[in-house]
Design a protein around this ligand. Structure first.
Ligand code: XMP
Length: 320
């Protein structure tokens, strides 16, 4: 649409003027906001931009590969792209920790440490880019509800740890749908611009209790099946957020002639407009049956699948 076309054009022009010959550093999470910010900055200043993407080992299935495909050297954007495999570091730090707030804190701190190390390698930059959008500006002023209930870890909020002169926030005036539209104009693939929210601490808060690499694998596989079947049923546009979580519950089952004692996966799907309150989505029974049988057959050590019918409040959207 012409309005968005002109927004992208004017923003790119304004960014070029502001940045001049300066160097820009951007923390890329793979989410909508930081991806659109990175695409816009790439359009504006090309190789003066360096994007750092940290794989904390708590991403959804194929997520790292998707981000690398779009922003890496074989992608369509001109920029310097750094992909950091920090999986083991995060797993080591999370070993033996089961308390939700502790997990969030560890991930937030380790993320900053990894990012800081990468920033040091790059050296002094002139600008630190952030994917702040208008609702973030408003929410940080008012103190968003979920910010109070759970400590939020976002890629933003790093300025103290990096040597830079100024912050640049190309999306500060945009609402979410406008951000997505700008992303399309900039040529980002649809799966990236229409992505549902994904929390900064990633799958760690969708694995109840202690995080281990094996559990990450289980939740990744179950989640991929759930997302695939929801999309196949054409429900992905009408459900606001949906994912699979790994409960910490193990229970007895039977597989062939064998007794099993394995994990239960919880499926979550909610509809909401503002993520402050939410309702459990009404999922067709046949879809739940399909997903259940696929998960117990395809995901090792899962022998039970549950659907979470709870709204927010009293539950939250995430499990931790
Ligand atoms: P809750 O679980 O509080 O989640 O109902 C509300 C929305 O916020 C997302 N969420 C996060 N997003 N960093 C984020 O960027 C976080 O630490 C975080 N925790 C929850 C959640 O996915 C939902 O969309």
């Amino acid at each position: 649409d012409w309005k968005m076309g002109s927004f992208v054009e004017t923003s790119v022009k304004a960014l070029r003027e502001k940045i001049g010959n300066g160097k820009v550093l951007c923390a890329l999470s793979g989410g909508v906001d930081s991806s659109v910010a990175a695409a816009m900055l790439s359009k504006a200043v090309g190789k003066q931009l360096t994007c750092v993407f940290v794989d904390h080992g708590l991403l959804r299935k194929n997520e790292m590969e998707e981000v690398c495909e779009v922003f890496g050297p074989n992608g369509q954007f001109e920029l310097n792209f750094v992909c950091v495999n920090a999986r083991q570091r995060f797993y080591d730090k999370l070993a033996g920790v089961s308390e939700p707030e502790k997990k969030r804190k560890i991930i937030g701190e380790e993320f900053i440490r990894v990012f800081e190390e990468e920033a040091k390698k790059i050296g002094a930059v002139d600008f630190l880019a952030q994917g702040t959008i208008y609702p973030d500006v408003v929410e940080s002023g008012l103190g968003g509800e979920s910010t109070v209930i759970k400590s939020h870890h976002n890629v933003g909020g790093l300025p103290d740890y990096v040597d830079f002169k100024e912050i640049v926030e190309p999306l500060r005036d945009l609402f979410k749908d406008e951000t997505r539209q700008a992303g399309r104009e900039l040529g980002l693939p649809e799966y990236l611009v229409s992505r549902q929210p994904f929390p900064g601490p990633g799958l760690a808060i969708r694995i109840i209790g202690e995080v281990t690499p094996d559990k990450v694998k289980m939740v990744q596989e179950a989640d991929a099946i759930w997302r695939e079947e929801i999309a196949k049923a054409g429900l992905d546009k009408s459900i606001s957020q949906y994912y699979a979580a790994l409960t910490n519950m193990r229970s007895v089952g039977v597989m062939g002639d064998e007794r099993t004692y394995d994990y239960a996966v919880a499926l979550r799907a909610v509809t909401t407009t503002d993520f402050m309150t939410a309702e459990a989505a009404e999922i067709p029974w046949s879809l739940l049956q399909t997903v259940t049988s696929r998960i117990v057959n395809e995901v090792q050590h899962v022998n039970r699948v549950l659907y979470d019918c709870t709204g927010k409040p009293p539950a939250t959207i995430e499990f931790e």
